[in-house]
Design a protein around this ligand. Sequence first.
Ligand SMILES: [Zn+2]
Length: 130
Amino acid sequence: MNTQHYYEDLKALARQVRAEHGLSSPRVLPTDLMRIYEKHGIVLDQWPYRFRNLRGAFINDHLGTTIMVAKGLPLDPMVFTMAHELKHFFRDRDLGISYCDQSNLNKSLEIGAEIFAAELLFPDRDLSVT
Ligand SMILES: [Zn+2]
């Protein structure tokens, strides 16, 4: 799969997740994402915000899946990070752990997670004017 196909596939996945979980409102809230996390048995952990560039991390091991999000993030970055980490759950579980900081953004895995999050939260169709 080339990079373009990979990104398109992630957008399709995001639309599928929206449909499966009834995310139809224009604004997705942390509680919406918590519902998805709970359904998949993902534990959300907040840790003190002291790593400037690190917004979130994804950990999958024999104990299960934990997503860590920096505590004290404003609402929008919080929701975006939770959506970003969800992509790692669906597609990168076998990697075990992903640290998501700004310096990682050149990797297609990370860019893909940003694309997935954007599509999950702001799908194209909601931007169309009727
Ligand atoms: Zn990431």
